[in-house]
Design a protein around this ligand. Sequence first.
Ligand code: DNO
Ligand code: MN
Length: 368
Amino acid sequence: MRMVFRWFGEGNDTISLESIKQIPGVEGIVWALHDVPAGEEWPKDRIEQVVQQAAQHDLHTEVVESVNVHEDIKLGLPTRDRYIENYKRTIERLAEAGVKVICYNFMPVFDWLRTDLHKPSGDGSTALFYEKAKIHNIDPFELVRLINQDSALTMPGWEPERLQHLTALFEAYRNVTAEDLWEHLGYFLEAVIPVAERCGITMAIHPDDPPWPIFGLPRIMTGQPSLRRLLSLADSPANGITLCSGSLGANPDNDILSMIHEFHDRIPFAHIRNVHVFENGDFIETSHRTADGTVDIAGIVKAYYDNGFTGYCRPDHGRHLWGEQCRPGYGLYDRALGIMYLWGLWDAYAKAAGVPSRQAGEEEVARR
Ligand code: DNO
Ligand code: MN
């Protein structure tokens, strides 16, 4: 397991590379050029800049999250080919810079969605929260009207430039079914997977978060059958999965351990985090500790351990602790605690298997 930590870039993250370097066992950053709009090529000099910044702190840049997919590709519009060409160029450039894994998602319009960014957890900390009824009862066009009326009413994870085009986007998706979306994903993969394969990059799709349709928009990457279908769309090692335990875990029917056993050699990147799902379908993000949520984190780490997982892993989101002012879900403290919990489990499983901890650590260092 190769531990990495998401960093949003100089001037765009409250956390410094110096701080990241001090978290035990973190070998690299998970990064992106967040200001480059979806569909544009990533400039070579900007890529090199991040690689150099990280290298100065002895951190690698082998995992990118995300190279976002332009809506025209998801919609299957004729203009998609231009954006797909740009995507291919970006893959090639990232490969030249030493990148090994590109995480992406295929969610229409919105990325992850929550209804409260700072929900009190009961112990003085706050966390990301999703109230099912609030999303399910709202008409998307009504939502756009409300947002336009009151600019303070925005939802987490919504990019401002997308919000401006929200009405048009909802219109564009009106007749796009889940099957259409599968077809558009297939078209995209057919074009980019050979390029990725040739340059030694693995594309790793992130599941939908939450893993069900919202606002009448289809969502297709929701569980084990859909991940199986994704792998069948392009039968290549370059077509992989970012297995996110928190996203998939929001649906208690998802058996994440079974997914790890089935797909482990197609998971180049693991997101490991916990959520607590309530009876009514609401969920709150919790500490990584198994007892604190409804996702079996100890079982997940064991499943990775037992399958000899050598991919990258990140703690994904964390709560907001000790008064930290940070990007919602992306503070330093809880993610660092999460990493230590994940390492604790990993080392304990290694110990139980008779691998001396020192040797486990040395193998880790040797891989860097
Ligand atoms: C949620 C997060 C997501 C993720 C993107 C990947 O679990 O990991 O924000 O970064 O959806 O494209
Ligand atoms: Mn995730």
